[in-house]
Design a protein around this ligand. Sequence first.
Ligand SMILES: NC(=O)c1ccc[n+]([C@@H]2O[C@H](COP(=O)([O-])OP(=O)(O)OC[C@H]3O[C@@H](n4cnc5c(N)ncnc54)[C@H](OP(=O)(O)O)[C@@H]3O)[C@@H](O)[C@H]2O)c1
Length: 321
Amino acid sequence: MQYVRLGKAGVKVSRICLGCMSFGNQKAWMVEIEKARPIISRALELGINFFDTANGYSNGRSEEITGELLKGLRDDVVIATKVYFPTGEKPNQHGLSRVHILQQVEESLSRLQTDRIDLYQIHRWDYETPIEETLRTLDDLVHQGKVRYIGASSMWAWQFAKALSTSDRLGLERFVSMQNHYNLCYREEEREMNPLCREEGVALLPWSPLAKGFLSGKYKRGRTSDAVRFRSDELLSERFFKPEDFNVLERAEEVAKEKGVSLAQLAISWLLHKGVTAPIVGVTKVEHVDEAVGAVDLKLSEADMARLEEPYMPHRVLGHA
Ligand SMILES: NC(=O)c1ccc[n+]([C@@H]2O[C@H](COP(=O)([O-])OP(=O)(O)OC[C@H]3O[C@@H](n4cnc5c(N)ncnc54)[C@H](OP(=O)(O)O)[C@@H]3O)[C@@H](O)[C@H]2O)c1
């Protein structure tokens, strides 16, 4: 495994982050703790030390599973979680107000069975709370030792630039990472967000690096699928499966075949060659972990990269809302 700094932060993370949204019970494609246990064991065996979850995944069940399976290893792992999405229907049960963040951080710490969160991320931009309030609250949590670093997730680049400059202006903790939607089939972040993060030394942690499994090899043009994720994750067919996505998929299949690697490995390797810190790979089977880790040492030439990128067509923005 390779380890790199999380942007400008000193902490070192594995080049593969394990996405723990797959652990839970909200949708049929997710796996409960018995199936998650060997997945996490294999990830640790192969040197993965970076795990991403959120307070909202399966209403907290993802954090509970992650916490239970990582307890006892606390100093060896980097645990990332998030806050923003509704946790109830009352007026203060969503967003990034001081009230909601302070409630939620305690719940996340308890479910994760830990006394600190290594990377606490805002899951989206909150249009109803001034960014100053959110940043002051996150800064307090860092000073209290409940959070070590702060990060952000999908938003417009102007919003992230405003957040970074607000931290600088007020002398508050700065976001060290951006978790955004980025994969071979969705590259709109190359326009504004990725260059901003490179310029600011912010770690890029792409989510859905395999386009929710579209880039796994199991889906074919013109054919429907009975895969459980296809049936139970409506965003998969809504976001991908357009003719232009199949153009990218089929080109990648050609290149993967020539190189003797799987499509998933090639798609992960492409992201690593684009300078991201660690793709957050969602896995539902132990063998997915092996494949993801195998992608770290795969080398792609400039010609390979150009061939993979050539069929891409611009997409509508997906994932900010
Ligand atoms: N910040 C955000 O807003 C946000 C949004 C979404 C996700 N995330 C994070 O990103 C992580 C990953 O997201 P994701 O699950 O949507 O995306 P993903 O990593 O693109 O897709 C995961 C799916 O790909 C398939 N897969 C994985 N490895 C494979 C392999 N080697 N061979 C074949 N198929 C393979 C599996 O499909 P099957 O289960 O069908 O086998 C798996 O469910 C989440 O766990 C979460 O931590 C964050």
